[in-house]
Unconditional design. Structure first.
Length: 174
C-alpha cells in the first residue's frame, strides 16, 4: 500500500484529535515503513517533540515505547545527550500513553515534569511509559501521573520521569 498526500493529510487531521491516535497507529503499523511514517506525521503535529526525531515503536492502550537515535543535534558539550532532549524523550511516550487511556471527550495538558538523571545518555535511547489503569469516564478535572523510563542500548536506566497531566472533560462527545 502506498500512502498518498491526501491520505496523510487525513491522518494528520485525525491526530489533532488525540483519542484517534491508536486508530491511526494501527493503520500505519500494518505497512512497511509505517512506524517511521507515523512518527514523522506526529512530528508535524507536535513540532517541539519532533526536534528529537523520536520513532514510535510500540503503542497500545496504556503503553508507549519511543526510540531516539544518537546524533549531534541532541548532544551537549559533554558529548552526551542534552538533559532537555532526555526530558523531551521521556515526556513524549507518557503523553501518548495517557491519550490512549482517557475518554474521547477529554483533553489533557502537561502541568508538571520531573526528571531524575541517573547517568549520561549516550547512543540510541528508548523511552517507555506505562499506565496500569485506563480511565473510562471523567466528570471533573483530574490530575493523572504517568511515569516513563529511558534506557540505553545496554538496558541501563539513563533517566526516569514523572509527568503530571491535568485531564478535563470537554463537554463534547467525539
Amino acid at each position: 500500500m502506498r500512502w498518498t498526500n491526501e491520505m496523510l493529510t487525513k491522518m494528520q487531521r485525525k491526530l489533532f484529535r488525540p483519542h484517534q491516535i491508536l486508530k491511526v497507529w494501527k493503520n500505519f503499523n500494518q505497512v512497511p515503513g509505517g512506524r517511521m511514517a507515523f512518527s514523522r506525521l506526529l512530528r508535524t503535529v507536535i513540532p517541539y517533540t519532533g526536534s528529537v526525531k523520536p520513532v514510535v515503536t510500540e503503542l497500545e492502550r496504556g503503553i508507549a515505547k519511543v526510540e531516539m537515535a544518537d546524533r549531534r543535534a541532541v548532544r551537549n558539550h559533554l558529548n552526551s545527550v542534552h538533559a532537555l532532549a532526555l526530558a523531551n524523550l521521556a515526556e513524549f511516550p507518557a503523553g501518548l500513553c495517557l491519550h490512549t487511556s482517557i475518554p474521547a471527550n477529554t483533553r489533557a495538558i502537561l502541568v508538571k515534569l520531573e526528571v531524575e538523571y541517573r547517568k549520561k545518555g549516550r547512543g540510541d535511547l528508548t523511552s517507555t511509559a506505562k499506565m496500569a489503569n485506563t480511565i473510562e469516564h471523567l466528570e471533573a478535572p483530574t490530575h493523572i501521573v504517568v511515569d516513563s523510563e529511558i534506557t540505553d542500548s545496554s538496558g541501563s536506566v539513563v533517566a526516569a520521569a514523572r509527568t503530571t497531566w491535568l485531564v478535563s472533560p470537554t463537554g463534547e462527545l467525539k
